[in-house]
Design a protein around this ligand. Sequence first.
Ligand code: IMP
Length: 424
Amino acid sequence: MPATVLIGLGWGDEGKGRIIDFLAPQHDYVVRFNGGPNAGHTVKVNSRIFRFHLLPSGMLYPDKTCVIANGVVLDIDTMRRELDEVKSSQEKHAQLFVSDRCHLILPYHKMLDLAEEKVRGKRKLGTTGQGIGPVFADKVARKGIRVCELYDPVYLKDKLENILQEKNKILTLIFGENPLKLEEVYEKLLRDAEFLRPFVTDTLILLQKAYREGKSILLEGAQGALLDHELGTYPFVTSTSPMAGMVSLGCGLGPHQIDRIMGVVKAYATRVGTGPFPTELKEEIGQYLRDRGGEYGTTTGRPRRCGWFDVPAIKYVIYPNSPDELVLTKLDVLSGLEELKVCVGYRFESRLIEGLPAFAEAFDRVEPIYETLPGWREDISQARKPQDLPKGALEYIKFLEQALGKRISLVSVGPAREQMIALE
Ligand code: IMP
């Protein structure tokens, strides 16, 4: 398969990193095409855990080429930290390229992200504080600074001076923050430019050449489709598209060059930050899932909200992503629960509804309709083939396949590379 896209179909944190790490050996390239350091992809290698926010999850395979393509917003400090961690681990690693078109996250983006959250009060979005909203706003408003601009120091200083005049006014007059100093920001960018230089290239050309040569390319989506700002739970969404359709814009492979779309769903639902979550479990079972699943944010450390599997929400984003198959993650976390509930529909103001209410306040008030399935007691973390799974687990998988109308091809039962079951 020359080009495979893997995307999350929830509110992020579906376990995409470990699936990319699992699929990477069959591919030559691993490419990030959306998001930024708000992502947190966990990869476990030789009993060591790596948490990547910017580096592609294929980074720990020495024979791969990893690409941070133009759709990703770059925080150079994060990238440097992650590369240092990989190098100091003594693990052999992939070759890395960064697009000359990536937009840069600058100090004012993070300051504005935090300050804007503060003034939102009870309507806060619960952002990761990485500057995502402000950097994408600048990108669309044509005020961003891109990697390629770092290599013309005169132009860069002039542009930065102009931008800081505006940003400093907003920071000081509206949010009461200290202004940023031009020289400090500029000097740091010049140092960053030198650090980045060996990685920078036109990644569209790089990927098109790889495609022509028949190399296989794995495209690693960040966040989840329900956080999409077009079709997700707006405004409780992120500012870059986590949809499969973003691949073309985010790295320059055309829609006809994509051969396979894989959607990742977790065996239960989680959400970090605020926003509607109809199947949320606020008591014991929610805590059980959080503890067993280690449901704490990779980027922020915040406890994730946990709930039952939500078919209507996931079905809604299956339509625009059209996955060929699904990957079900963290099935092992459900072991030990006597019964499992799956939300199969919503009632709103006493009526059954189709789809998701567009207005978040209305979505907050839907009443989930549940079907109850038997659970299983067995620890399934050692299962490696479908026959190793107890009846309850197999029934749960079958139920989800039927309810979602999609085939589940892979199931993960733990964080290690080998804890994976391929279904026929
Ligand atoms: P932002 O992307 O930092 O602006 O955050 C906007 C919303 O998306 C918040 O609710 C975040 O918790 C959520 N979010 C952003 N990135 C991720 C992710 O990688 N996993 C899960 N949630 C995320």
